[in-house]
Design a protein around this ligand. Structure first.
Ligand code: AMP
Length: 178
């Protein structure tokens, strides 16, 4: 499936969740069998070439693509979760949003110093979520050199932020604007 065909499966919903935001909705992409398979296959191949030993995905849409790519490669999946969800002692990181802060948590035993973890999420916008995930995984001792997204919004500068943190960034498609 071509990049343009894949891109045509992403639905754009104007003014969600607030006025002025163009929400790039992957629900329509994952609802299409061919689109879901092609996007997972492409992400898995990039992760394989990056030498991934584990995939980490962020709650919630990162779970869909990340876990499926991990299955395809036969490697483990590490869920990076919203606060208070994991039943064990976690490590966490607070990060800034446009308004206020948010927090991500993980099980520190989910990765080891031998792991080369590749991050997978549906979309990178400002990069705040992905950068916090990189820091969290590095706190847990893993190596993180690569982050993969279905959608990049390059005008919001997230990919540049990750590259400045020594993380290679790849996306299956880009949308101009925010
Ligand atoms: P950020 O931390 O700014 O890179 O935002 C990334 C997270 O917010 C991703 O996990 C997306 O699911 C979601 N997100 C941010 N902006 C959009 C958008 N315009 N359309 C769809 N999802 C978005």
């Amino acid at each position: 499936m071509t990049s343009d065909a894949l891109k045509s499966l992403v639905r754009t919903v104007p003014d969600f969740p607030e006025p002025g935001i163009q929400f790039r909705d992957i629900t329509t992409l994952i609802g299409d069998g061919e689109g879901l398979a092609a996007s997972v296959h492409q992400l898995a191949e990039i992760a394989r070439n990056a030498g991934a030993t584990k995939i980490a995905g962020m709650e919630a849409r990162g779970f869909i693509f990340g876990a499926a790519a991990a299955v395809q490669l036969g490697i483990g999946f590490v869920p990076v979760r919203k606060p208070g969800k994991l039943p064990v002692k976690t490590i966490g990181i607070d990060y800034a949003l446009e308004y206020g802060t948010d927090r991500l948590e993980m099980d520190p035993e989910g990765v080891s110093a031998d792991d080369n973890v590749v991050i997978v999420d549906d979309l990178i916008a400002t990069g705040g979520t992905a950068l916090a995930t990189v820091e969290l995984l590095r706190m847990a001792g893993a190596r993180v050199k690569s982050a993969l997204f279905v959608v990049d919004l390059p005008d919001l500068g997230g990919a540049e932020k990750l590259r400045a943190a020594d993380v290679d960034v790849r996306a299956l498609m880009q949308f101009d604007g925010d």
